[in-house]
Design a protein around this ligand. Structure first.
Ligand code: SAM
Ligand code: SF4
Ligand code: F3S
Length: 427
């Protein structure tokens, strides 16, 4: 039996797709790249911007012919594209099943029913990748006016800590060494649970797990990141010095219209506290350019903020009006060419800053958790989430090694293998 998987979107979708793939492989399915050869097809979708939605619709259209040729193949569509399944069924009658975002359970159940597999697992649990995503909170309770995510993923639902701990323990038994806890807003984890645990408590609870070497989490929200969390990150050795805190704009009036819940001054103060508490911390952020009404001066405020803070990574996007969001009622008045220009300016600025920051690592010995091989080279990440490649004849899969940085570009580093971390040094 063969399956085809197509997935776009954020890390939450990556995590859901990986889980769906793992479940299928446990049932004995083998992945194929040609949808025409698959018995089960899963599309995991994103609609964060119009361009993502266009890709989804384009891909779905291309599968019509596949289904015509093989009507018995099972085609499921999951993710943020799925809003009103009834309407979608009318638009795409050849799709067998529409599933809400993250409904991997529903997908697996449907495949089992279809194959009359019942609860039977065909194979024992598979080995886990070295680095895995673990969703800890679904949905989001914020009301950012540009954002469709909260409309598609619903209100915040945190998973109970016991369930997360058990899952991480199981992943580590199967070979995982690093977990990245996921949520649209991980900083408000637990608020909806009866005992109100928070992310800091969860980090403390996961920390003692033997064989787990590194813990990360994303995405943070500037208005929800507590001092307790910052101090916990600083104090727990397994929690890596890397935070993803979307700022979205460097202009107070725009932030207000985005309903982000903080000012530029508050954001800067947060960054200051983080940098004081966590030396060497690397910071990533998201920025939207061309939000309705954004003037040149307001855009420049964002530009100058990025120059001042000097993030390690900036994900920049051109504003795209999304149906049903509050901002979609505002006039999308920054012309596409102008949005592109602003986007390019930020990209150029950030390329320079990232290059400069990474050049600072030249000659340094960094600790890498080796995730695998790409184009004949080993690769892994530093604690600060920098991608590092190195060549070596040894087998370093899943090992913690020391690499000396010899080349540094804006997106990745290249180094020379020095040694494996000794037992005493290993976490
Ligand atoms: N929850 C996270 C947050 O608070 O930023 C991530 C939300 S979304 C999955 C990822 C990024 O997409 C956002 O940070 C934002 O920069 C961008 N984005 C969201 N809606 C957008 C829109 N309508 N147009 C352009 N970019 C958008
Ligand atoms: Fe969307 Fe804002 Fe929630 Fe992020 S925090 S998912 S941008 S509503
Ligand atoms: Fe896309 Fe949904 Fe993620 S819209 S970015 S897949 S939360």
């Amino acid at each position: 039996m063969k399956y085809y998987l197509w997935s776009i979107g954020c890390q939450m979708n990556d995590a859901d797709s990986a889980r769906a793939a793992e479940a299928l492989e446990q049932m004995g399915f083998v992945r194929v790249e040609d949808p025409g050869k698959a018995d089960v097809l899963l599309l995991n979708t994103c609609v964060v911007r119009q361009s993502a939605e266009d890709k989804v619709r384009g891909h779905l259209a291309s599968l019509k012919a596949v289904k015509r040729r093989r009507p018995d193949a099972f085609l499921a569509v999951m993710g943020c594209f799925v809003n009103d399944a009834q309407i979608l069924h009318q638009q795409y009658p050849y799709v067998d099943l529409f599933l809400r975002p993250s409904d991997v359970e529903g997908f697996v159940k449907a495949v089992r029913e279809r194959l009359a597999l019942g609860d039977r697992w065909v194979r024992p649990p598979l080995p886990a990748p070295v680095s895995v995503y673990v969703p800890i909170v679904y949905g989001c309770d914020h009301f950012c006016t540009y954002c469709i995510v909260r409309l598609r993923r619903g209100k915040q639902r945190s998973r109970p800590p016991e369930e997360i701990i058990a899952e991480v323990e199981d992943l580590v038994k199967r070979g995982a060494r690093e977990v990245t806890l996921l949520g649209q807003n991980v900083d408000s984890y637990g608020r909806d649970l009866p005992t109100k645990p928070d992310l800091a408590d969860l980090l403390e609870a996961l920390h003692p797990i033997k064989g787990l070497w590194r813990i990360r989490f994303l995405t943070s929200h500037p208005a929800d990141m507590s001092q307790k969390l910052i101090e916990t990150v600083a104090s727990l050795p397994k929690v890596c010095e890397h935070l993803e805190i979307p700022v979205q704009s460097g202009d107070d009036a725009i932030l207000k219209r985005m309903v982000r819940g903080y000012t530029v001054a508050q954001y800067k103060e947060l960054v200051k506290r983080i940098r004081e508490a966590i030396p060497g911390v690397s910071l990533a952020t998201d920025v939207i350019v061309g939000f309705p009404g954004e003037t040149e001066e307001q855009f420049m405020n964002t530009y100058r903020l990025l120059e001042e803070i000097r993030f390690d990574v900036v994900h920049v996007a051109a504003y795209s009006p999304r149906p049903g969001t509050a901002a979609s009622r505002l006039k999308d008045d920054v012309p596409p060419e102008e949005k592109k220009r602003r986007l390019r300016l930020i990209e150029e600025l950030q390329e320079r800053i990232s290059s400069e920051i990474n050049a600072g690592l030249l000659g340094e010995e960094v600790e890498i958790l080796v995730e695998g091989r790409r184009k004949g080279r080993w690769f892994g990440r530093t604690r600060t989430n920098k991608l590092v490649f190195f060549e070596d004849p040894g087998n370093w899969q899943g090992q913690m090694v020391i690499v000396k940085v010899e080349e540094a570009g804006p997106w990745s580093l290249r180094g020379r293998f020095i040694r494996k971390l000794s037992m005493e040094e290993a976490p």
